[in-house]
Design a protein around this ligand. Structure first.
Ligand code: M6R
Length: 609
């Protein structure tokens, strides 16, 4: 989604802002732009469609420098990708510049009113109303800060904003409502971004803006006023903890493949220091402060989106089976509008790689005043979800750059396994077995990854099909849903995930020789049942690829393709299957010649509704 980078300091900040925008490339964007104030406060703005390199090449030809720069990568929401629609946006007099993440819901009403007052518009965006609204109020009040406040008061929706102007003497304004902004204090400058990964290279001293904060930045200082509480204060400085691991490609052709190969280490990192091998107990420091509350929990609601939602479904099976607590998994986008009774003995767990997904944040905000315990399973340290929950467990998966989530999904499941065992917290035989299996899992995944050429061959055989069905039971059900999502995301092939037991209730009607099924058959008590689904599909001439750990001549003779994964416990075997499916989607996308790291229309983290 859109990204923001800003600089205010003594030197020329253009290169720094461009570097920061490149750091945000992985989040997905279609155009970029920067604005600054040159010699004698002459404002400039440059925008380009496509890669940031286009903007960079354009800027190389200019003789400009600026010690106050704002930059933006845009992921189109209002209007197609074009120079006019890209940020920064400016007012009619071209002296107020704004970069914006979020959505202004009432922009059409504001635009209409501004047009009546004589303003004109060059873009189709919601953002363009903001500099003009500030302009309007500034002309009325002659007070820039007051004008911003009055403009913000008119806006309905969400925003992270950087506002600069040639009417100001080297000052920059920042505002936040429902979209993240973090400012970093480097030695001689302040850097602002929508994602802390941009800041880490410059400083670890940061301050996070909260909702309704309006900050004024000048002379290496920030002053914040919260427009809700009306209090003015100095920023609270936090020291950025970083879980950013080596995030270069390391010889891999793409981030998706690199991140799939990171999975064994991801599992080790997610469990490191959290398993007492001698006593066979789980220790989760992040939950220590709420452990007594957790003991009284009678119901758990997991809220999440996309792949994190499927990890949440995995959590439902795990927690109900291991900890004996009823769990509901709800899509965050549904939960936030759903009316349902929630008692104080409920715990809401938000699962999110980025910690910035707007719907998941909204779901947590919905229960803010309900007195329920809010936990987070988050990868990005310091992200909004990690800060608005009461406690939580970090995934420690390192930066995930490919849009399609792979290693973060696996780490979320590992954390859910650990939480399930922590809830139960008995040194039972079962706990021992599961923890042992978790310890063995990285080596088993390495064994699977070593067969990547075999997986590639199978995938290439299937890349010609236009539709797929993924089926599984138990833990293989969320895995099937996730396998279908992965294929859709990176190959644009229609794929549906189904509980295998549902086949006869409808989906079997689609089966013919052009509609392959990927059947996930865990080596458990449901094995025979899923096998009979496969027989029914074969009887209708549907091509079938089976993923299983059970060596069985019966399947071998029955299906078109078969891939054996290493045997693991019922709780962890589906993780191996999920890794196979990630590679399956990866190789199909590559075979089709697509951009696997940045699939069309998608963004890494969805920070607007
Ligand atoms: O950052 P989050 O885990 O909250 O993101 C949720 C979804 O947007 C995300 O999982 C999305 O579905 C991915 N593209 C999946 O690969």
């Amino acid at each position: 989604m859109c990204g923001i980078v800003g600089y205010i300091g003594k030197d020329n900040g253009i290169d720094l802002v461009l570097e920061g925008l490149k750091e945000l490339e992985y989040r997905g964007y279609d155009s970029s732009g920067i604005a600054g104030l040159g010699k004698s406060q002459d404002p400039f703005v440059f925008k380009e469609v496509g890669r940031i390199n286009n903007l960079e090449n354009k800027l190389k030809k200019q003789e400009i420098s600026s010690n106050l720069v704002i930059g933006h990568t845009r992921w189109a929401t209002h209007g197609k990708p074009s120079k006019n629609n890209s940020h920064p946006h400016y007012n009619n007099s071209k002296n107020i510049f704004v970069v914006h993440n979020g959505i202004i819901e009432n922009y059409l009403d504001i635009k209409k009113e501004l047009i009546q007052k004589g303003y004109t518009f060059y873009s189709e965006t919601d953002t363009e109303v903001i500099p003009n609204l500030i302009d309007y109020y500034f002309k009325e009040t002659k007070d820039f800060k007051k004008a911003i406040k009055m403009a913000l008061n008119d806006l309905r929706g969400t925003y992270a904003l950087l506002i600069s102007s040639s009417l100001l003497d080297n000052r920059l304004f920042l505002a936040r409502l429902g979209s993240p902004l973090v400012a970093g204090f480097a030695k001689d400058y302040i850097i602002i971004a929508s994602d802390q990964s941009v800041i880490l290279k410059h400083t670890k001293k940061v301050t996070y803006l909260e909702d309704f904060d309006l900050a004024e930045v000048s002379n290496n200082k920030i002053k914040i006023e919260n427009l809700k509480t009306l209090k003015t204060f100095d920023p609270k400085i936090e020291i950025l903890e970083s879980n950013l691991t080596e995030d270069s490609l390391n010889g891999f052709p793409d981030y998706m493949l690199k991140e799939i190969f990171d999975i064994p280490e991801t599992i080790r990192l997610a469990s490191r220091g959290r398993i007492d091998s001698k006593k066979r107990l789980v220790k989760l420091g992040g939950l220590d402060s709420v452990i007594s509350q957790l003991e009284h929990i009678e119901r758990i609601i997991i809220v999440a989106c996309g792949t994190s939602y499927y990890a949440g479904m995995f959590g439902e099976y795990l927690i109900e089976e291991l900890a004996d607590i009823p769990v509901e998994v709800v899509l965050a986008s549904e939960f936030k509008y759903k009316k349902e009774p929630i008692s104080r003995s409920t715990c809401v767990i938000a699962v999110s790689q980025s910690g910035e997904t707007a719907d998941t944040i909204a779901a947590l905000n919905k229960v803010k005043d309900f007195g329920v315990l809010k936990l987070g399973i988050v990868n990005v340290i310091g992200s909004t979800i990690s800060r608005i929950t009461d406690a939580g467990v970090y995934c420690h998966a390192g930066t995930e750059k490919a849009v399609a989530s792979t290693k973060a999904f696996v780490s979320q499941i590992v954390i859910l396994v650990l939480i399930s065992l922590r809830l139960k917290n008995v040194s039972s035989k079962q706990t021992k077995e599961i923890l042992k299996e978790l310890e063995n899992l990285p080596a088993k995944i390495e064994e699977l990854l070593a067969k990547k050429e075999d997986i590639k061959k199978i995938s290439q055989k299937y890349s010609k099909y236009k539709d797929f069905l993924f089926i599984g039971r138990g833990y293989d059900y969320p895995t099937a849903l996730e396998g279908a999502l992965k294929l859709k995301e990176v190959s644009y092939i229609h794929a549906e995930g189904y509980a295998a037991g549902e086949m006869k209730h409808g989906p079997i009607a689609m089966i013919d020789s052009n509609f392959p099924t990927v059947a996930l058959i865990g080596d458990d008590s449901l094995y025979e049942k899923t096998l009979s689904n496969v027989e029914e599909i074969k009887a209708r001439k549907g091509p079938v690829l089976v993923i299983t750990s059970r060596v069985d001549k019966k399947i071998k003779d029955l299906v078109d393709d078969l891939f054996y994964i290493p045997r693991s416990s019922n709780y962890t075997e589906s993780i191996l299957t999920a890794v196979f499916l990630q590679l399956f989607a990866y190789y199909i996308s590559k075979d089709l010649g697509l951009n696997v790291d940045r699939p069309r229309n998608l963004a890494k983290s969805v920070t607007v509704e």
